[in-house]
Design a protein around this ligand. Sequence first.
Ligand code: SAM
Length: 212
Amino acid sequence: MICYDYVNNYIRKTIKKNRGILRELEEYAEKNSIPIVHPEVARLLVVLGKMQKPRRILEVGTAIGYSAILFSTVLEPGGIIDTIERYEPMGEQAKENIKRAGLQDTINVIIGEASEVLECLDKKYDIIFLDAAKGQYPEFLPHCLRLLRSGGLLVSDNVLYKGMVASDDLVIRRKKTIVKRLRDYLDSLCSSEELETSILPVGDGIALSYKL
Ligand code: SAM
């Protein structure tokens, strides 16, 4: 955790808890060590989503479908979510969960490598959520800029990567390349003429970028 434990514990105790299938998936993820968004990030996504009133959301990194199902709670009527997952068994599990939630007409799971799938997308999105291999974020960025509508929001998760991105003292040798790529990614976001970006120490670090 990149924040003090006592602060995170307080926040987690205080924020609204999910119920139903979202709660069930949180428990499943915890038991099976499946990485899903942290509870405080989930609440942030909901608040941002309610403000943005999205009709179209793109997610990169589906896992078991938790954050996609969460995003469905902020969609405008008739809206859709496209979510990309490269690991087929995970994508199939997400489809099952989405079906159980009755959201199969709303959430479209695309199984494939994101860098290839992104090339094939051409419709604009109101929100793009990056939550996949962090070392690939720089590669995804040109597609995100192309696919995000003006006034849209790009949300990038895990950008501080256990604090390593902010301090060389924390970087472990085998993570050096990912850390460098994340630093380059954040520099690109922050220097882009097309974006206004804020970096928040929430969860594992979130970059919020508004497209001008
Ligand atoms: N967003 C999910 C949630 O909070 O419920 C969690 C996503 S999990 C952190 C990351 C997922 O991204 C993994 O299931 C992984 O297989 C997938 N992934 C990683 N790199 C990818 C890529 N290049 N293309 C497609 N999927 C990718």
